[in-house]
Write a protein that binds this ligand. Structure first.
Ligand SMILES: Cc1ncc(COP(=O)(O)O)c(C=O)c1O
Length: 294
């Protein structure tokens, strides 16, 4: 829940959320012309901060923008926004800035709009969630974490309208990812996730789960998941920075894994929670050196 008096960052200033305002000529407002990041924070320490900032830089470069701040400057901002040790996430957004008129082409010489805030992370439902499948109607640059999210918004709302937590997106006979999450499925005892490319977001949680699977010698393959495999999967999971590793126990009204969370998920979730615990114990402040060396 957002608190209007919470302090947020906007264009060089720290101010109460209720006072943070941007122009109606901001290109984020007019065109969705910008990118964003969501970084989970446990015990006051961001998880995989360097990877998130690298993805931000990649997204900015994808839309022909240069990073408005360097990594050290981001860290200083986050340090002021993070409150206490409860689980929270940093939301940060960079738009191309405010033009003098509404014109699709980039205005020259404008400063980007930079916004950041912290939001509590709610615990995931340990008994799993329901999901639906929908056609993937998004554009062809899904690897860019763009704020232009209308397709994802419509897909997620369709899931909510049907009493579900997420929509899984289908394209050309394959299950790609969720409206705001990456996809894993256990099929014939093998953990699968689609390879990274322009058609999915390169999730930071996804990469972490892949590393955990490999480091713990779980049977794992990075390859496309066909719609048929998704429907007969022993387990289906969704991953994201705020939903962690979320088990799906019902898909399109049919039970997955008899409607309960599966053993492979339980193992992976244990590994993921242990990692969070390490972060909570190990770092009370940012490891700036590690970040700057990366
Ligand atoms: C479309 C999409 N895929 C995947 C993810 C998961 O990415 P991450 O694990 O970096 O949060 C997100 C997160 O918002 C997303 O919007």
């Amino acid at each position: 829940m957002l608190n209007q008096e919470q302090i947020v960052y906007l264009n060089g200033e720290f101010l109460p959320l209720s006072q943070a305002k941007v122009s109606v000529l901001d290109r984020g407002f007019l065109f969705g012309d910008g990118v964003y990041e969501v970084i989970p924070v446990y015990g006051g320490s961001p998880l995989r901060l360097a990877e998130h900032l690298q993805r931000l830089e990649n997204s900015l470069s994808g839309i022909r923008m240069v990073p408005p701040l360097d990594r050290q400057q981001w860290v200083l901002i986050f340090n002021r926004l993070i409150h206490g040790v409860d689980d929270q996430s940093i939301y940060l957004q960079v738009t191309r800035g405010v033009g003098t008129k509404r014109d699709h082409a980039f205005p020259l010489g404008i400063a980007p709009t930079v916004f950041a805030m912290c939001t509590p992370i709610a615990p995931i439902p340990a008994s799993g969630v329901k999901a639906i499948t929908v056609p993937d109607i998004r554009w062809q640059w899904c690897h860019v974490k763009a704020i232009t999210l209308l397709a994802n918004v419509l897909q997620r709302q369709q899931a909510v309208d049907e009493g579900c937590a997420e929509a899984i997106l289908l394209r050309d006979g394959y299950a790609m990812e969720g409206a705001a999450s990456n996809l894993f499925a256990v099929v014939d005892g093998v953990l699968l996730t689609p390879p990274k490319g322009n058609d999915i977001l390169p999730g930071i949680t996804r990469d972490l789960v892949v590393e955990l699977a490999q480091a713990n010698t779980m049977k794992f393959e990075e390859r496309g998941i066909t719609v048929d495999e998704l429907r007969r999967a022993e387990e289906v999971w969704l991953t994201s920075s705020t939903r962690e590793v979320l088990p799906v126990v019902e898909l399109d009204g049919r039970k997955v894994c008899d409607g309960v969370v599966g053993p492979v998920w339980a193992r992976m979730n244990g590994l993921y929670q242990a990692l969070k615990e390490e972060l909570r114990k190990g770092h009370s402040v940012f490891n700036i050196r590690e970040l700057l060396d990366s």
